[in-house]
Design a protein around this ligand. Sequence first.
Ligand code: SAM
Length: 246
Amino acid sequence: THFGYRDVPLNEKQGLVDDVFHSVAKRYDLMNDLMSGGLHRPWKDALVTAVNPPKGDRDFALLDLAGGTGDVAFRVAEAGGSSTRVTVCDINAEMLAVGRERAEKRGLDGQVTFEQGNAEELPYADKSFDCVTIAFGIRNVPRIDKALREAHRVLKFGGRFLCLEFSSVDVPGLDKLYELYSFKVIPRVGERVTGDREAYQYLVESIRKFPKPKVFAQMITDAGFRRVSFTPMTGGVVAMHSGWKL
Ligand code: SAM
């Protein structure tokens, strides 16, 4: 690429991704706010609105894949009723450790549990969850098709899959600004705060390489989901994809 990041072979990608989140885990939440200018909050709020956990005491089991430090999980637990349970599954022990600590501080450790697992091979039985979410995680998974099929497998019939991910900006002007911001600003700020420029360069590259929203929607359909749709947000900086297991 013009910014010098090498193409990572599929079998090396997970190791690289794990290094990235190992090195940023402690500062991950701060970096999220800094880099997105706080925008990850309304994006996640939109996701929680779509999840729509029951307010009453009806049982509701959410699996938040690549859930990291628990951001989405806490929001859903707070929006839902007393029988809303969230399982955060992430491959990275450091991210999970930060998440557990945050859950305790918020008094949500009864409702939210953190478990280590690979999105490509989920340690859960078929039809275990009412909803599966993944926020800014799918582009880190080397074999996306595998992860989508696993999400489908562990969902109950009638359950919904929701995915938030960086997408492609298609607003003239905004696209140039976004390129500049992501290739110039993000790696520098990343280096300043975490000392790891490579990690943030990887982040930017992985966003650029992620399939366009229509292509990704087709991948979700190919994994077995029905009524697949997507909603671009903030001029296409992010898209929310949705699919149902029917
Ligand atoms: N969902 C959280 C959020 O929105 O704040 C965290 C997103 S973070 C950008 C990406 C997460 O994906 C990291 O915590 C990383 O460990 C996790 N991850 C990467 N590859 C994974 C895999 N194969 N299975 C599960 N989680 C994975």
